[in-house]
Unconditional design. Structure first.
Length: 605
């Protein structure tokens, strides 16, 4: 159902009006300027494109996603039939791999505007369908894991005494020991600020003292980058399949493509491929043309196999996205252990893609934070939003270790989240318990915007909900807080601010207002504005949340998904300022409890 819904939505949005919307939503770039075209180290034909340098719209292009070029005349759009794949995106520049024989000259058209849009991702769905099909028919180890995950049957464990890890706290040490003891499956449940990544890196490091190689996956490229970088810092040889989101030398140095290029045999391989291309373009084919071609091709294949054998032989960690684990480079490979990070954000079907390569599975994440993205309401109702991690945690609570000590936020900010989402089991580490910017400051405040004449509205151009009065109040309340702290101190201590709104249109409106405010000029580099999803995994000294919703019916839309609010609230280290219409929001029990909690802090003071 999700597949049909996404395909239908994609086809609807490809007419002229829909394209403007896609550009605004970051699913298309237009107008485009074409740069150079070349063959990359993996022998793929690439074309470089640039968008307008002053375009700061957040976009959704990332490595591996399919794209399609188009030309827009006034009311009509002409699409190029061939699709390409994103190889790199960095700022305003994108490199796209296109099929051999693609005519780049056709892109250099002057009539109409050239653009590129994200194409419907058929491949990811195909791989998920295949994975489910294979898992249902499986025999052997995969069948054993499938039956285990879908039943109350106890997961098997080894028994040995606890090992100590001096730089981890008690719950983190317990989690690493549970991972090492697990024969089948273990879950590391890491609420905000509890050092989930640190624990996972240690568990991977210790596993590699017993196994020669592990597979590490996550739903998104960004999550794969994050864990890969920490593993490299821990001194492990990581081979990253696919390209990183942040294109810097440190990240690129452990990618497969960069390592392939750096191999001593690569120049020879490049020369052979060049010969093959020249031979192909020859008009006049001589008698021995086929023999020559076969000889060159088999020599190129031989070199490629040798380089790959060395690269994969040296690597201790193979890192990729869940879908990326189907890459032909991994054909025939098996791993003792598969680690899935951010498992609570991954569709179950996607998790089964790499599980077929593994003997045991370790999942890490937090199912009380952002869920997987499901666009079809019927599919969500049918259970597509329920992840494999949630399923196993419910069936087998004994395989779950909750990390309980958090190192991020003031105890009062943590306590509300702990009570509502984690059965009051969280503890603030002593060093952050009372962290604050100002003495006797309230760590959390809620500014009731129902006292002002502002209501939410739909904005035609950005096609989303905004509340302009609330946006103005958001910046005014930040200004007032900055004046209390003192502007010089903010700059000296490099205090950073995150402004979060669940609605993308409000985010874009706030950004445009920040650019206009003169008083904000010195602090612009210290302030980031984004949606809840955009702040996943991040933290800031000061967080300001604009809830937007303000209406007479008490309608709060997808703010009913409380996991989003858990993420938003727990980004703050020292100060959280919430702006929202109390009358609209507190009709929901969660927001009523939150309002009461913030009010009680005021009374305690």
């Amino acid at each position: 159902m999700e597949y049909d819904e996404e395909k239908r939505a994609f086809q609807q949005q490809t007419e002229a009006q829909g394209m403007l919307r896609r550009v605004k939503r970051g699913d298309a770039w237009m107008p485009l300027r074409v740069g150079k075209s070349y063959f990359n180290s993996l022998n793929q034909y690439c074309v470089e494109v640039f968008r307008q340098p002053d375009d700061d719209t957040d976009h959704n292009f990332e490595y591996g996603r399919p794209v399609q070029f188009f030309v827009q005349h006034e009311k009509t759009i002409r699409f190029f039939s061939a699709t390409g794949t994103v190889s790199y995106v960095d700022g305003d520049r994108m490199v796209i791999t296109v099929p051999d024989g693609f005519s780049v000259a056709d892109l250099q058209i002057s009539d109409g505007q050239l653009g590129v849009q994200l194409f419907f991702d058929e491949t990811s769905y195909r791989l998920m369908f295949e994975a489910l099909d294979r898992t249902m028919r499986a025999k052997g180890r995969l069948a054993y894991l499938r039956d285990l995950f879908y039943s109350k049957q106890k997961a098997e464990t080894f028994s040995f005494p606890d090992m100590g890890f001096s730089y981890l706290n008690a719950t983190q040490q317990h989690a690493v020991n549970e991972v090492l003891r697990a024969k089948d499956v273990a879950i590391v449940h890491g609420p905000p600020g509890t050092g989930k990544t640190t624990t996972l890196v240690e568990a991977i490091y210790e596993t590699l003292r017993r196994e020669s190689q592990v597979l590490v996956c996550a739903q998104s490229n960004m999550a794969v980058d994050w864990i890969s970088e920490k593993l490299v810092d821990r001194g492990l040889n990581v081979l990253r399949i696919g390209n990183p989101v942040r294109v810097d030398d440190k990240m690129l140095s452990f990618t497969y493509e960069r390592r392939f290029e750096a191999h001593p045999d690569y120049p020879q391989l490049w020369a052979i491929r060049k010969n093959i291309r020249e031979l192909r373009s020859q008009r006049k084919r001589t008698d021995n043309w086929h023999q020559k071609m076969d000889r060159l091709k088999s020599r190129a294949t031989e070199l490629e196999i040798r380089i790959n054998a060395e690269l994969f032989g040296e690597a201790r960690v193979i890192a990729c996205t869940l879908v990326g684990s189907a890459n032909r480079l991994l054909d025939g490979m098996k791993f003792g252990t598969l680690f899935i990070d951010e498992a609570a954000q991954a569709l179950e079907a996607a998790c089964w893609i790499p599980i077929r390569r593994a003997g045991r599975v370790i999942l890490a994440g937090d199912h009380c934070q952002l869920p997987p993205t499901v666009k079809c309401y019927e599919a969500l109702k049918g259970g597509l939003g329920r992840t494999l991690m949630e399923r196993i945690a419910e069936q087998k609570p004994e395989v779950v270790t909750l990390l309980r000590i958090q190192y991020r936020m003031h105890e009062d900010i943590m306590r509300f989240s702990s009570d509502w989402f984690y059965h009051n089991r969280m503890i603030a580490a002593p060093e952050v318990q009372h962290r604050s910017i100002l003495d006797l400051d309230l760590p959390m405040t809620w500014i009731d915007t129902s006292l002002y004449e502002g209501k939410e509205e739909f904005v035609g151009e950005s096609f989303g909900r905004v509340n302009k009065t609330e946006a103005e109040l958001t910046l005014l309340s930040l200004q007032a807080y900055f004046e209390l702290i003192g502007k010089q101190r903010i700059l000296d201590e490099r205090l950073d601010v995150g402004i979060i709104s669940p609605y993308r249109a409000q985010v874009q409106y706030l950004r445009s207002q920040i650019r206009k405010k003169e008083w904000l000029k010195p602090f612009r580099t210290r302030i980031s504005v984004n949606t809840v999803d955009g702040f996943q995994g991040q933290e800031r000294d000061i967080i300001v949340i604009s809830l937007v919703r303000s209406n007479d019916d008490g309608q709060i839309g997808f703010l009913r998904d409380l996991r989003r609010m858990n993420v938003a609230i727990t980004r703050a280290r020292m100060k959280l300022i919430i702006l929202g219409d109390r009358q609209t929001m507190t009709r929901h029990p969660f927001y009523r409890k939150l309002w009461d909690y913030v009010s009680s802090l005021k009374q305690d003071k």
